[in-house]
Each structure stands twice: as structure tokens, then as C-alpha cells.
Design a protein around this ligand. Structure first.
Ligand code: FES
Length: 169
């Protein structure tokens, strides 16, 4: 008899075992991808190749899985990630100007990273706090009611982040 919430292996036979193995591999794969991204801030190709060998999962399958989840990146990201909300409320309250100002200030386009690795600039749909529009997130922290002064402070803060090179000198 099938217990609620559990796979009845007797009734599905070998398929049940295969399914369980596939689920395990998938779980391991995603965990490994998260770990690689945590170390490098993105998924370097050579790391994915060695993951493919170690887990015996085709590289194409690894790419296909990683592409499915928006949390994974295939190019290096900046030490800071600014994400301008371009949802309706923020759009109406000047998100476009904020985005343009950051593009000009850091000489990068949307989805790009500065050469010194200090900033990746992205956009996102509504982040759920329209009352604070215009909003952007910096390293996943919400910055609301963004106006010139706040933006200038933010730019200075990002420019001042040189990845700890001052301390090493
Ligand atoms: S539209 Fe920007 S937070 Fe909702």
C-alpha cells in the first residue's frame, strides 16, 4: 500500500530507482553550481568541465540546468551589483534617469561589468516596494527613494571599493 507523500517503489519498479538517482544527481549538480558560483562569483567554463567529469554529467546538461536558473552567471560579475528597478512605479518616478546616470558614470551598459570589476549594472522588474520608488538594489539591499544625493553617495561608495587593493599595498 502506498503511504501518503512517499514514492511507492514496488508499484513503479525500476523506474522509481532511476528517478531517485536522477533526483540525487540533480540536487548534487545544483549544489555544486552554487558552490562554484560562490567561489568565483560566476561559473567559469573550466570549472564546469571538471564538474562534468566528476559527476559524469554531460557538459551540455550542466549548461542546460544552469541556464534554467536565473541565479547562475556565465561571465564574471562585479564586486558590487546594482540593480535598477524598472517596474511601472519606478519607471514613472525616474528609474530611466537613474539607469542612464549609472551607465554614464561607470561607462557600462545594462548587464555589463566595469573593467576594474567594481560594478555590474542590471535591471529588474518590480522588487515589491513600489511605495519607495524609485528603487534600486545594491548587493541585494534595497535602496529606496533614490534622488541625486543618494545616487552620488552610492557612486562614491562603489568607486571607493577597489577590492581591498589599498590594504595589500
Ligand atoms: S516598480 Fe519598482 S519596486 Fe515596484
Amino acid at each position: 500500500m502506498k503511504k501518503e507523500g512517499r514514492i511507492d517503489h514496488e508499484s513503479i519498479g525500476h523506474v522509481g530507482e532511476v528517478l531517485t538517482e536522477a533526483q540525487k544527481n540533480k540536487g548534487l549538480l545544483i549544489h555544486s553550481l552554487q558552490s562554484i558560483q560562490k567561489n568565483h562569483n560566476y561559473l567559469p567554463e573550466d570549472e564546469l568541465k571538471s564538474l562534468s567529469e566528476n559527476l559524469r554529467i554531460p557538459l551540455s546538461e550542466i549548461y542546460s540546468t544552469a541556464t534554467f536558473f536565473k541565479q547562475f552567471y556565465f561571465t564574471p560579475r562585479g564586486r558590487n551589483v546594482a540593480c535598477v528597478c524598472t517596474g511601472t512605479a519606478c519607471h514613472v518616478r525616474g528609474a530611466g534617469e537613474i539607469l542612464d546616470a549609472l551607465k554614464i558614470e561607470f561607462k557600462i551598459g545594462e548587464g555589463e561589468t566595469t573593467e576594474d570589476g567594481s560594478l555590474t549594472l542590471e535591471t529588474v522588474g518590480c522588487v515589491g516596494c513600489c511605495g519607495l520608488a524609485p528603487v534600486l538594489t545594491v548587493n541585494e539591499e534595497i535602496v529606496g527613494e533614490v534622488e541625486d544625493e543618494k545616487l552620488e553617495k552610492l557612486v562614491d561608495q562603489i568607486r571607493g571599493d577597489n577590492g581591498g587593493q589599498d590594504e595589500e599595498a
